[in-house]
Design a protein around this ligand. Structure first.
Ligand SMILES: NC(=O)c1ccc[n+]([C@@H]2O[C@H](COP(=O)([O-])OP(=O)(O)OC[C@H]3O[C@@H](n4cnc5c(N)ncnc54)[C@H](O)[C@@H]3O)[C@@H](O)[C@H]2O)c1
Ligand SMILES: N[C@H](C(=O)O)[C@H](O)COP(=O)(O)O
Length: 349
């Protein structure tokens, strides 16, 4: 059965770092019997998943299926699994870099299924970047860049969004609607300024504008752009990137029809007056934008990779080794990421 002929798109869920909370979150989602707008298949080591389910008392039947075989219709409490073997045994909370290649193989399986049309989308449970690097991949920086390279595209954009923004939930308390995209992703802070080039900014803004239209149905996205330096450079007294790079890029793209505000001082940009009417904020670097997003809705957001030929979403949190194996991690973000992936896959057709 092809993806488009399914009533619920096939979403491939990679179970992530086996020492982290990813495996148990996948099992918790299956055990909850929650009706999802997706047919879900997990990718991971079936014996490890079975052991984790047993240890946590989660009533989940694992249905091990070869990737070329038909996925049966979803049944509550049943989790179909495309098997990938661990390289060495895994223990919750204890990293084993030798399993780095296992984690990457789960990604490769999901990417292949999305690229050849067997699946409509992939959702990734968290991986541990350090473990993959220590396992022999020194250049590894995260799913986002791995997917970019695997799909052969020049640029992708990391965007996180709160559920309130994804599903039009009215603002209330700290859980406000917010989408935050990043001009740079997993870079040491020391390298950020050099990475903010006009070329990169233009590529990022075009992808952000295009994918807000394509995936989120926003006809004319309004994007608010942060400066890089304190007070957006204070007219060049506190840094020149705004004057030399960011502002001229925005002027050029505005002439081409993009609706862009900024560069604005990042400390006050995330206030109701500036966010009013904004469809997304573009932050210049990871910890300029993501702390605000995570404050606004940690555990109730999703991470979306824009600019890919396939649909990929992820959770808004990491491997939480401190919680792994205890069954107390919150599966809320995973549920949101799966729901969003299914919606995006359905829209894509
Ligand atoms: N999508 C991903 O693959 C992804 C996302 C973020 C971080 N990471 C990676 O995860 C690893 C650990 O990162 P970190 O420590 O900065 O962030 P983290 O999100 O793993 O943990 C930060 C804090 O949040 C808590 N937490 C995280 N998820 C939770 C959940 N579902 N329910 C309840 N509490 C939760 C943790 O217990 C911890 O106190 C790093 O290697 C990082 O690169 C991966
Ligand atoms: N920057 C993300 C976050 O803080 O949630 C996270 O590290 C995930 O990155 P990838 O999706 O590229 O692995």
């Amino acid at each position: 059965m092809s993806v488009s002929s399914r009533s619920r798109p096939l979403v491939v869920l990679t179970t992530g770092e086996p020492a982290g909370i990813g495996p148990e979150l996948a099992l918790m989602l299956a055990a909850s019997g929650e009706a999802l707008p997706a047919t879900l298949v997990a990718v991971g080591d079936p014996a490890m998943l079975a052991e984790r389910a047993l240890a946590l008392g989660l009533a989940v039947e694992l249905d091990v299926i070869a990737p070329e075989d038909e996925i049966p219709a979803p049944r509550p409490g049943v989790l179909p699994v495309w098997p990938v073997p661990l390289r060495v045994p895994a223990r919750a909370g204890v990293l084993e870099p030798a399993n780095g290649e296992y984690v990457l193989e789960t990604l490769d399986v999901a990417i292949a299924a999305c690229r050849d049309g067997r699946a409509g989308a992939m959702v990734t449970a968290p991986l541990h970047k350090g473990a993959i690097i220590d396992g022999g991949r020194p250049g590894f920086t995260g799913h986002t860049e791995y997917l970019r390279d695997a799909c052969g595209v020049e640029e992708v954009v990391m965007m996180l969004a709160t559920d309130a923004a994804l599903h039009g939930i009215a603002a209330g308390g700290p859980r406000c609607p917010l989408r935050v995209a990043l001009a740079t992703t997993h870079l040491p802070l020391r390298e950020v300024a050099d990475a903010i080039t006009a070329e990169r900014l233009e590529r990022v803004l075009r992808i952000l504008d295009g994918d807000l239209r394509r995936h989120f149905g926003i006809a004319a996205p309004r994007i608010v752009v942060c400066g890089l330096n304190p007070h957006a450079g204070e007219d060049g007294h506190l840094g020149r990137e705004e004057l030399d790079v960011i502002a001229p890029t925005l002027v050029r793209l505005r002439r081409q029809g993009l609706d862009l505000a900024g560069p604005l001082p990042a400390d006050t940009l995330f206030t109701p007056r500036h966010l009013e009417g904004a469809d997304a904020v573009l932050a210049m670097y990871h910890d300029q934008g993501l702390p605000v997003l995570k404050y606004a809705g940690f555990g109730r957001g999703a991470n979306i990779t824009l600019g890919l030929p396939i649909v990929r979403t992820s959770v808004d949190h990491g491997t939480a080794l401190d919680l792994a194996g205890q069954g107390i991690a919150d599966p809320g973000s995973l549920q949101i990421a799966v729901t969003l992936a299914a919606e995006m896959a359905s829209r894509k057709g």
